[in-house]
Ligand binder design. Structure first.
Ligand SMILES: NC(=O)c1ccc[n+]([C@@H]2O[C@H](COP(=O)([O-])OP(=O)(O)OC[C@H]3O[C@@H](n4cnc5c(N)ncnc54)[C@H](OP(=O)(O)O)[C@@H]3O)[C@@H](O)[C@H]2O)c1
Length: 274
């Protein structure tokens, strides 16, 4: 395999890159990385001296056969326009931006393109990366990328039209779950004598154990509720309240996450058609 390039080393680019390096998926000698603020790459270079740090994106594009484009959604067009002449004919471009469609990228680059929605959970080799390829991605490129991503979590190939809803279950999920847990803890500590930290530790272990139980035993959420919520008991009372009020809240959550991505999608469509 040829060189692998990363353009953009922010929140998500650094998670992807560092997770792949820790998992041994990428040989540091194959890597060429660029970032607008070069100093952000200093610690990466001191951990992996063999990595090539480049001062310009064209250099990364010209030397790599697989390129991860990890700049912000609104920066993609200008970065892509700058590097497109340097890309080799068979370069495989992987981009991670929410609210930016493959069809827009195809207006600038007429080659193999994969859109992924990564997750922060890759930092601990967990979570699901959503994947969608264009028609120019070869079977071997698909397998190669899948092999890399499966070392840092799970992958799921989906139709691009499902990225918005899918992201709520994968990429947004850590934030949504953290918010739900934070609210649960805040309400709970008002009723007892636990500190926020004590309650957090208890709930985190419950959360981890619940995931483990569901995944290992292949139990359903409904089945688990039935096992825990004895008729007339405390859990059943709590579950009844949640089932009464949460559907409306979650409908609003999906409405807003989908709407915000749609607004960004409209903007990027306009941007790429001009
Ligand atoms: N964060 C998440 O959990 C998440 C999850 C899924 C998808 N995404 C998607 O990932 C993309 C990046 O998000 P992020 O949170 O990682 O953003 P971010 O932290 O702002 O990272 C963007 C990086 O791109 C660099 N950059 C900008 N313009 C550049 C240029 N011309 N040349 C080279 N590097 C350039 C920035 O450099 P500087 O150091 O100079 O700012 C920054 O390091 C977004 O499109 C987002 O939709 C994010």
């Amino acid at each position: 395999m040829g060189n692998i390039g990363f353009i953009g080393y922010g929140n998500m680019g650094s998670v992807l890159l560092k997770s792949m390096l820790s998992a041994g998926v990428i040989d540091p000698k194959q890597l060429i990385v660029s970032n607008r603020t070069a100093s952000k790459l200093d610690s990466l270079k001191s951990s992996y001296p063999e990595i090539q740090i480049s001062g310009n994106n064209q250099d990364v594009a010209g030397k790599c056969s697989l390129i991860f484009l990890c700049v912000g959604t609104l920066q993609v067009k200008s970065v892509l326009s700058d590097i497109v002449r340097d890309l080799s004919r068979d370069a495989h471009m992987v981009f991670i931006s929410a609210g930016l469609e493959i069809a827009s990228i195809e207006k600038v680059y007429d080659g193999a393109i994969t859109r992924i929605i990564p997750t922060l959970l890759s930092e601990v080799n967990e979570g699901v990366t959503l994947v969608c390829h264009n028609a120019k991605v070869t079977e071997s490129e698909k397998q190669n990328l899948d092999k890399m991503l499966r070392q840092i979590g799970k992958t799921k190939n989906i139709h691009e039209s499902q990225f918005e809803v899918g992201s709520d279950f994968t990429s947004c999920a850590p934030g949504l779950i953290a918010s739900i847990c934070d609210q649960l803890i805040r309400a709970g500590i008002e009723k007892g004598e636990f500190s926020y930290e004590e309650a957090t530790t208890m709930l985190l272990h419950s959360l981890y154990g619940t995931s483990k139980l569901l995944l290992q035993n292949k139990e359903t959420f409904g089945g688990l509720i039935q096992r825990v919520a004895a008729k007339g008991g405390a859990t059943e009372g709590g579950v009844n309240i949640l089932e009464k009020h949460l559907p409306e809240i979650f409908e609003k959550v999906f409405d807003i996450t989908i709407r915000r991505t749609d607004i960004r999608k409209q903007k990027t469509r306009l941007d790429f058609s001009s």
